[in-house]
Design a protein around this ligand. Structure first.
Ligand SMILES: C[S@@+](CC[C@H](N)C(=O)[O-])C[C@H]1O[C@@H](n2cnc3c(N)ncnc32)[C@H](O)[C@@H]1O
Length: 632
């Protein structure tokens, strides 16, 4: 339950940011559920408590926030932190589910043996399975209502001279442009940037889709803009052929002239025009950016689906911010914005809902030697890695749930449970992938009490009871009272807490280890590692593979060390905020990074430190973490 709702500074005026009220040439741009969104805007941004999970490096204002964009904005507004530049690359409504490849690591004991025998490791024989990261499947209405609320909240935390860049593509970009006109004002629309890249399918019956769009708006009339130059291939060729490029004819006009043309030389010699050879090496940056996709073997590639190139963010950050300013990305993914902002001496805020993003950006920033803290939004739900995996998991967690709904039970219901006393009971589970549907409030329960339970007419057999799961509830007593006073049917409505279902099922990984010390050196040697969740996942993968002719079976050794991705020792705090004083990350090829520095060594199943460690943290290859206290 939110601590409170933080009001928006300016409740949108009629004809401005309320979709229902946009009237243009007598057409009405209005979406289903507009009223609900409007109510949410009037209510304010839900503000939840945030927990500090980790301090990396020195104290600083840089933040990595695990949670939703809305929650991060509520926090920033509450703390009066203003953002100078926002870049967001939200889900595109592309209709795709994004997955992460989970690579089984080299078993350290086996790797050592192979090394000793001087045998060549076959690096291309990596074994992997997939885990869902986030879904991008929306109806247009849901997407736009969700996006509208996010943009409204982001605007609340932008400084007066800030700019926002919103990265989208052909799926939904044009609709969001209209939303942005409403939220930020048409007069503040500054750029439509085309990111052009080369990629193609071998045969196709349509044109190749080779660009994304980035809409840029400023918050107010004045914003920061730093001019940049680019040398296009065309200009580069001209340089090489002995052409010179200069500026200064007339105002700022760019002139490309040829030494062989005496007239131009004469003009220059007359002293009337000034040509700055040095800084005019290139033409002012245009709004069409030719930046290649990150190549699969590039050092910046992090195996994060939808990862954007650093070169793209470099242009945005240089154009619209100065050193020391705060750059935020509320859909941060692999952390490209935070990384480039840090490289360019800006401060950063990275927010993302998925655990995989938080771990990826954390490790990326440790490697970049950045200082930051990691916060987690306490929004009442211990998400199972990310909302999409949680939803998938729920189907198997709710006892007796049959997701194949009988005819007559519409898609509002997640599934049904059958028991001898009540017969078929429809089950409602909030769609955790859509933040607008997460809280069980009067609006949501009203939909059930006054609409959905009347829809069982077609159902062959009487419904006596429905079960309504909730994650976050405004006020349980108030909801119960509402049901009592408003339920005109004989159907019983039972409320159940979804968190208990999730808490019950998540079994922590187990580790066995030995401790060694000589007063100056402390060592933890891992003997075995067991993950119930990974075991199940690999089991599922193997049974699917068994049906294929070229089956790729994954087998895990008895000690299970190939399931470990990361280890850290905290020598500072016994509990609370994690401080990583020594850490090892094992990459997909089995090589280790020690305290953020890459090596060509294989992991030796140990981690050590020079001061006495108090706790050990282990992350498995799918991102689940456990912490063990150490008794040296
Ligand atoms: C297209 S990806 C961003 C990729 C990123 N620009 C990069 O270069 O790696 C979108 C991200 O938004 C996150 N996301 C989805 N819904 C969110 C929400 N409501 N709040 C915060 N993050 C969200 C997803 O977990 C995903 O990492």
């Amino acid at each position: 339950m939110p601590i409170r709702y933080i009001p928006y500074d300016k409740v949108p005026v009629k004809g401005q940011a309320i979709l229902n009220n946009i009237t243009r040439s007598q057409r009405l741009l209005s979406y289903k559920d507009n009223n609900k969104v409007h109510e949410r805007i009037l209510r304010g941004i839900p503000y939840y408590e945030l927990n500090e999970l980790e301090q990396v490096g020195k104290e600083s204002e840089n933040l990595v926030i695990r949670g939703e964009c809305l929650s991060a904005c509520a926090y920033l507004k509450e703390k009066n932190i203003k953002i100078d530049l926002v870049y967001i690359d939200p889900p595109f409504a592309s209709g795709a589910d994004y997955a992460k490849k989970v690579y089984i690591r080299k078993n350290p004991k086996l790797a050592q043996k192979i090394k000793k025998a001087e045998e060549k490791m076959e690096m291309d024989e990596l074994v992997a399975f997939e885990e869902k990261m986030y879904g991008d499947i929306w109806s247009k209405e849901d997407y736009l209502n969700w996006m509208y609320e996010n943009l409204m909240a982001i605007k609340e935390v932008m400084s007066d001279t800030a700019s926002i860049y919103v990265h989208l593509d052909w799926h939904i970009g044009h609709y969001v442009k209209i939303l942005m006109d409403e939220v930020f004002g048409e007069e503040n629309f500054t750029e439509e940037i085309i990111w052009h890249y080369e990629k193609w399918t071998s045969s196709s019956n349509s044109l190749q889709k080779n660009h994304d769009v980035i809409y840029m708006y400023k918050k107010n009339e004045k914003n920061i803009f730093n001019e940049q130059k680019e040398i296009t291939k065309n200009l580069k060729d001209k340089y090489e052929k002995g052409y010179l490029i200069g500026g200064g004819f007339g105002s700022n006009g760019l002139v490309v002239y040829d030494k062989s043309k005496p007239k131009v030389i004469e003009l220059i010699n007359s002293g009337k025009y000034q040509v700055h050879y040095a800084e005019s090496k290139g033409k002012p940056l245009s709004d069409v950016w030719q930046i290649p996709f990150i190549n699969p073997v590039a050092t910046e590639r992090l195996d994060y689906a939808t990862q954007k190139p650093e070169a793209l963010l470099e242009r945005i950050i240089k154009a619209s911010s100065n050193e020391g300013m705060i750059v935020a990305d509320f859909f941060g993914g692999s952390g490209v914005t935070a990384k480039v902002a840090n490289d360019l001496d800006r401060r950063f805020i990275h927010c993302d809902i998925g655990i995989n993003s938080i771990q990826t950006v954390r490790d990326r920033l440790v490697e970049a030697k950045a200082d930051f803290k990691i916060l987690e939004v306490q929004d009442g739900l211990n998400l199972f890695r990310n909302p999409i995996q949680t939803m998938d998991k729920l189907a198997s967690l709710i006892d007796g749930l049959n997701t194949q709904k009988p005819e007559g039970i519409n898609s509002f219901w997640f599934g049904t449970i059958v028991n001898s006393k009540y017969g078929t009971m429809p089950v409602f589970v909030p769609d955790l992938r859509d933040s607008t549907k997460k809280v069980l409030d009067i609006v949501a329960i009203n939909e059930i009490v006054n609409k959905e339970i009347y829809n069982f007419d077609n159902f062959n057999g009487e419904v006596k009871k429905v079960i309504v799961y909730f994650v976050d509830i405004v006020d349980l007593a108030e909801i119960k009272k509402f049901i009592k006073e408003n339920n005109q049917t004989l159907i019983e409505i039972e409320l159940r807490d979804l968190k208990q279902v999730l808490d019950f099922v998540i079994v922590d990984d187990k580790v066995e280890f030995n401790l060694k010390e000589d007063g100056l050196f402390y060592e933890v040697e891992i003997n075995s590692f067991y993950s119930d969740r990974l075991k199940q996942k690999i089991g599922e993968y193997n049974s699917k593979q068994a049906l294929k002719s070229n089956a790729n079976h994954i087998s895990i050794s008895e000690d299970g060390l190939e399931l470990i991705e990361y280890l850290s020792l905290d020598c500072t705090n016994e509990s609370g905020v994690w401080q990583s004083d020594s850490e090892i990350k094992i990459d997909k090829n089995g090589f280790v990074s020690i305290n953020g520095t890459k090596t060509k060594e294989f992991w030796n199943a140990k981690i050590s430190s020079n001061t006495k460690p108090k706790r050990l943290k282990i992350r498995n290859i799918a991102g689940d973490e456990i912490v063990q206290n150490l008794l040296f």
